[in-house]
Ligand binder design. Structure first.
Ligand code: PLP
Length: 391
């Protein structure tokens, strides 16, 4: 008797049970599920690079040249020339002294915060930061002070108050683009505060990287403060179309993490195919094609957001390619996703613990490859479902 079935039944009764949907095709704008073709409105493949021939070719070549696996953790024998090439390319792209590759964004946030902070330090964390940041803060043992979402006045007061008995290092940490609300952190204001209070500023740009800024360098490029961000964390699994993550930062920080970050030290490193794809993805994002795809994505966001806002839907303050529609309770949220699914639209219903109770939402994510026609149709269906109309 493990009691697990009871837990599962309880989750189901509260409309909170999660299950997996098997997708039979690649992450394009349309996918097949159980033989049915659907418009994919919940992938983070924002620029459509996950199936790009240049990434596929680079992954195949790296696999042919270096094999399928990396064989060990980086500190044992798994530090291959492709890891070093990728880190040089990231540092160049982000304008930092150095960079370090992690196996995923989750592993990066865990390992960066744990590796740099200890019980004598303090971290100031936005209330809507991603779960991997929260877990990293907890793992570090540092004092955690949570400020209300994007509330710079509250953060300033927290910093002032904490300053009275200051000890250890201070880190302010925020998502660049918030994953469930789709709004941006005010990095210009955060830079002012971190300078005034002599703290590090860490930005998790999982959703801003590749998408924001003229060259796709992310939220900090958008706010023209790239060189002021002490710790620039980003991922390859979203706009970059591949997998893995990185920290771009000063050399001392990177060398410290090589020595202290548990998720870096105690895990087999990324395999050659993934590293090859990541290198190709940065080249695309940084070039003409990246610019073209970013502007298509921005036009799609403009169209889709405009249609939903005009219909009076609550978009949670989103101003990015992540477009949530607030519903409230789990049951109507999940019933709306099912209705949309039957009508050929695949988007996710988001429930606690991913978002606070009472703020369940439908979360649409847009791609550069969606056509205006597809998005108009999807917006119409979404509006009808939220209004409770018959489809
Ligand atoms: C803001 C944010 N940070 C980190 C992560 C984790 O990244 P990864 O999927 O590479 O583990 C995610 C992923 O969903 C995210 O949304």
């Amino acid at each position: 008797m493990t009691g697990l079935q009871h837990c599962l039944t309880d989750l189901a009764e509260r409309g909170m049970l999660r299950t997996l949907r098997e997708i039979e095709t690649a992450q394009g704008p349309r996918v097949k599920i159980a033989g049915q073709e659907l418009l994919l409105l919940c992938s983070n493949n924002y620029l459509g690079l996950a199936n790009h021939p240049a990434l596929i070719e680079a992954a195949c070549k790296a696999t042919t040249d270096f094999g399928a696996g990396s064989g060990a953790s980086r500190l044992i024998s798994g530090s291959m020339s492709l890891h070093h090439r990728l880190e040089e390319r990231i540092a160049d792209f982000k304008g930092t002294e150095a960079a370090l590759v992690f196996n995923s964004g989750y592993a990066a946030n865990n390992g960066i915060i744990q590796g740099l902070l200890g019980p004598e330090d303090t971290v100031f964390s936005d209330s809507l930061n991603h779960a991997s940041i929260i877990d990293g803060c907890r793992l570090s043992g540092a004092q955690i002070l949570v400020y209300p979402h994007n509330d710079m006045l509250a953060l300033e007061q927290l910093l002032e108050h904490a300053g009275k008995e200051r000890q250890g290092r201070w880190l302010i940490v925020t998502d660049g683009v918030f994953s469930m609300d789709g709004d941006l952190a005010p990095l210009d204001k955060l830079v002012d505060l971190k300078e005034r209070f002599d703290a590090w500023l860490m930005v998790d740009d999982a959703h801003g990287g590749g998408v924001l800024g003229e060259h796709g360098r992310g939220t900090a490029e958008y706010f023209h403060c790239l060189e002021k961000i002490d710790l620039q964390m980003g991922t390859f699994g979203k706009a970059f179309g591949s997998f893995g993550a990185y920290l771009a930062a000063g050399r001392e920080i990177i060398e410290t993490l090589i020595n202290r970050s548990r998720s870096f030290i105690f895990s087999t490193s990324l395999p050659p195919g993934v590293l090859g794809a990541n290198l190709a993805a940065i080249d695309l994002v940084d070039g003409v094609e990246g610019r073209r795809r970013r502007s298509r994505l921005a036009a799609n966001r403009q169209l889709f957001g405009h249609l939903l806002a005009e219909a009076g839907l609550d978009l949670c303050g989103s101003n990015s390619q992540i477009v949530p529609v607030m519903i409230g309770d789990p049951e109507p949220t999940m019933s709306a996703t099912e209705k949309l699914f039957s009508a050929g639209i695949f988007l996710s219903g988001i429930r606690p613990p991913t978002v606070p109770p009472g703020t369940c939402r439908l979360r649409a994510t847009l791609m550069a490859d969606h056509t205006p026609y597809e998005l108009r149709q999807a917006a119409q269906l979404l509006i009808s479902v939220v209004r409770g109309e018959q489809l």
